[in-house]
Design a protein around this ligand. Structure first.
Ligand code: ZN
Ligand code: FE
Length: 254
């Protein structure tokens, strides 16, 4: 049974340490803040054996070199991580299996935010680490990929079992919620969720991780095909509805 330790770092990032007690292996999902990650691991009494990167952005791979120097950890990630100066020891792509002790993760290509963005899916734990591909009520900005590519990526995540727990890289939920209600105003499940989110944030509690079932019912990016009428896009392709939601979010002033 995998142990997951989640903590805040930088301004709005989440750090995740995952630990397999039977083997003692520990992975950090991304490396937003090397010092904080090393501190958190030491406090747990865990030695970091692995770094699993989701994408190359500095707030996800910028701590690779420092953590590798401090621990000798093996870096696993997409080829694009080379851009940050610490190439992965093992480059992985869609369908690859990654091991942490006795725990297996499957790699999904969820490109769009960056071209090579990947997610790590641990089916036996009903858990996925999705980086900046999917957020609670949001999705990553399209810095490198096309809307069509991102839509395909989100469909892969949506195809996982409903009971999947999603761990994303940032606490952006409250501002995502402000936007979500503008494109999906009649959604009762969304309204109820926004109230829960506001209550959590008022007491400085995380809104991450989240359940895929709730994301599918309330995330306007996943729900884009259901919002075509509201968006004035009846008859458009699903990815075109997604592109419109993404475009509106990019210019949204909360
Ligand atoms: Zn990013
Ligand atoms: Fe990020």
């Amino acid at each position: 049974m995998l142990q997951i330790h989640q903590f805040r770092c930088l301004s709005d990032n989440y750090g995740f340490l995952i630990h397999d007690p039977s083997s003692g292996a520990t992975a950090t999902i991304d490396t937003p803040d090397a010092d904080e990650i090393l501190r958190q691991a030491a406090a747990k009494g865990w030695r970091i054996t692995d770094i699993w990167n989701t994408h190359w952005h500095p707030d996800h791979a910028g701590g690779n070199a420092a953590i590798k120097a401090a621990t000798g950890a093996t870096v696993t990630g997409p080829a694009e991580v080379e851009r940050i100066g610490q190439a992965p020891d093992r480059i992985v792509t869609e369908g690859d299996e990654v091991q942490l002790g006795g725990v297996n993760a499957r790699v999904l290509d969820v490109g769009g935010h960056t071209l090579g963005h990947i997610a790590y899916v641990i089916s036996t734990e009903n858990t996925a680490f999705v980086g900046d591909a999917l957020f609670a009520l949001g999705c990553g900005r399209l810095f490198e990929g096309t809307p069509q590519q991102m839509w395909d990526s989100l469909q892969k995540l949506a195809a996982m079992p409903d009971a999947t727990t999603l761990y994303c890289g940032h606490e952006y939920t409250q501002s995502n919620a402000l936007f979500a209600v503008t494109v999906d105003p009649e959604n009762a499940a969304l309204k109820a969720r926004v109230a829960q989110i506001d209550a959590l944030r008022a007491s400085n509690e995380p809104t991450v991780p989240m359940q895929l079932s709730l994301e599918k019912a309330t995330n306007p990016f996943l729900r884009a095909p259901m919002l075509k009428e509201t968006l004035g896009l009846a008859g458009a392709a699903d990815w075109e509805a997604f592109a419109e939601v993404r475009k509106r979010k990019d210019t949204f002033k909360g």
